[in-house]
Design a protein around this ligand. Structure first.
Ligand SMILES: *[C@@H]1O[C@H](CO)[C@@H](O)[C@H](O)[C@H]1NC(C)=O
Ligand SMILES: *[C@@H]1O[C@H](CO)[C@@H](O)[C@H](O)[C@H]1NC(C)=O
Ligand SMILES: *[C@@H]1O[C@H](CO)[C@@H](O)[C@H](O)[C@H]1NC(C)=O
Ligand SMILES: *[C@@H]1O[C@H](CO)[C@@H](O)[C@H](O)[C@H]1NC(C)=O
Ligand SMILES: *[C@@H]1O[C@H](CO)[C@@H](O)[C@H](O)[C@H]1NC(C)=O
Ligand SMILES: [Zn+2]
Length: 459
């Protein structure tokens, strides 16, 4: 957007105010966001005007002190002024996280996927039949994510209906934006952590109705078959029918590990590949989020693209569980919908900043043997952590950057808080401050978190 004269600026603001938008907040200072996959925009003296419903109604660059005062007077709201070294950026989006696995994040990294599930994951997830335990754990993980700047997440809960409801309640209470899924598992699972098909479908429908019943635009249910090996064909078909009936998204795992892929081939010899198994059961569409996708064949990538499914790249877990390095450059070049996931706790960190750093290194590691796959650049990685995530959640028109008409889901970053892991020098301009935060910053720099224009965390 070009710089507007004061008169134009005021006229535009009056026009939007007339269109029933009452300003709730004006943010004045630096901001950084993705314009598109190749370009970050660094803006000094920016003004982002947000209405009381949390929509961005005006965005300006290079606004003078005199102009900003007039904007403030016009709307009769106070102006949030950022310090010179502070900046606003879009909230981070985690498209793949297992909320119950937060209880063992950072531990149990000595095994690969299938043994890891049986040894660590299933016993821990089974504990969520206890709602008090679930309440404690889910409060902690949601709080941790918000403090880490994750404004939107797609959560897996466990197979338990009551605990899954608790997770949705907590997300709602805290004001985070999220998809929440009750997990489904009716085969190849331990006796203590398995459902029968009918009960699994019934509980899922009850859960969907419960979350939709909140009529909260920030919290939505998501159909969550764990992965093909733990779901019978009847269950997968039933879940696809529920997703259709209620028009809700779907999430699962795909092509994470070679043993897993071989197992799926054994279970479904009639299907050419893993992706086709989901597709044949009606689970692959433009609202599906598939996590990992480390070993897709050409045909699988073609099918994902054709169906418009989104991919959650989880580089930390890819490395932690030694599953492998995804061909991210290839997926980007092909125009796949790509986002980032922490995969707590296959990934050891609940922070998307950590995923950003791991995505960078995963790309570099792959480029050693595959120089044709150029490793990702900062604008590309930041894009998949924000706008790409929004795209995969089906909210690209609502979230991901600072554009009029979108929701204000944002973070205020202060590089100079007490105990900050970053030091600045007089030669550090906004782009350098931003990079320092992305690579070395953490919760101590995230001084305020907004979802729908509402402050949900303040340091
Ligand atoms: C903002 O001001 C700077 C410095 O005066 C100038 O270089 C830049 O082009 C301006 N940006 C816009 C969008 O007008
Ligand atoms: C990305 O944005 C930049 C700057 O606005 C523009 O020059 C470029 O053409 C855009 N690229 C794409 C792929 O849209
Ligand atoms: C929860 O599951 C565990 C097995 O993991 C079992 O020992 C316990 O009795 C169950 N508790 C309830 C309340 O069902
Ligand atoms: C997603 O698919 C549905 C049903 O096929 C279609 O109506 C809708 O336009 C698609 N949305 C996008 C963004 O492609
Ligand atoms: C995970 O590793 C596999 C095998 O090296 C690789 O193909 C895949 O791209 C990796 N995924 C991510 C997201 O790094
Ligand atoms: Zn996962």
């Amino acid at each position: 957007m070009r710089f507007l004269s004061l008169a134009l600026l005021s006229a535009a603001l009056v026009a939007s105010a007339d269109a029933a938008a009452t300003a709730g907040n004006i943010f004045y200072g630096n901001f950084v966001h993705s314009v598109n996959i190749t370009n970050l925009e660094y803006v000094g003296k920016g003004a982002i005007v947000v209405d009381t419903a949390g929509n961005i109604i005006q965005v300006e660059r290079n606004v003078t002190e005199r102009q900003i005062s007039q904007i403030g007077d016009k709307h009769r709201v106070s102006i949030t002024r950022l310090g010179d070294q502070q900046f606003i950026m879009p909230g981070l989006i985690d498209t793949h996280i297992h909320a119950p696995q937060y209880v063992f994040t950072g531990s149990g990294m000595d095994l690969q996927l299938l043994n890891w599930l049986n040894t660590y994951t299933f016993p821990r997830e089974a504990r969520f039949n206890d709602t008090r335990y679930a309440n404690d754990a889910y409060n902690k993980v949601v709080d941790r994510l918000i403090r880490g700047g994750t404004t939107a997440a797609s959560y897996y809960a466990t197979i338990h209906l009551d605990a899954s409801k608790i997770l949705a309640d907590i997300v709602e209470r805290r004001g985070q934006r999220a998809f929440v899924g009750k997990v489904n598992m009716d085969r190849n699972s331990p006796d203590y952590y398995i459902e029968n098909t009918q009960q699994s479908l019934k509980d899922t429908e009850t859960f969907i109705q419960y979350v939709l019943g909140k009529k909260n635009s920030r919290v939505a249910p998501i159909v969550t078959p764990r992965f093909v090996p733990s779901c019978t064909s009847d269950l997968m078909r039933g879940l696809a029918a529920l997703a259709n009936k209620y028009n809700v998204p779907i999430q699962s795992h795909l092509d994470e590990n070679l043993d897993e892929i071989a197992w799926v081939k054994e279970l479904h010899p009639d299907q050419p590949d893993y992706t086709s198994v989901y597709d044949a059961h009606g689970l692959l569409n433009n609202r599906t989020i598939m996590a990992h996708v480390v070993y897709p064949t050409d045909e699988e990538r073609k099918l994902l693209k054709q169906r418009g499914a989104g991919i959650s790249h989880c580089p930390n877990s890819n490395l932690s569980l030694r599953s492998g390095i995804a061909k991210v450059r290839q997926m980007l070049t092909e125009g796949q919908k790509l986002s980032l996931g922490t995969d707590v706790s296959g990934g050891y960190s609940p922070s998307i900043l950590n995923s950003i750093r791991n995505a960078y290194f995963a790309g570099i590691a792959r480029s050693f043997d595959h120089p044709e796959d150029k490793y990702l650049q900062l604008p590309e990685i930041f894009y998949i952590a924000t706008l790409g995530g929004a795209d995969v959640l089906g909210m690209k028109e609502q979230l991901g950057n600072f554009v009029v008409g979108k929701k204000f889901d944002a973070l205020i970053i202060n590089p100079s808080t007490r105990g900050s892991p970053i030091d600045l020098f007089d030669h550090d301009k906004l782009n350098t401050i931003f990079e320092k935060f992305i690579n070395n910053g953490d919760d101590r720099n995230i001084v305020e978190v907004f979802v729908d224009g509402k402050s949900i965390h303040r340091l």
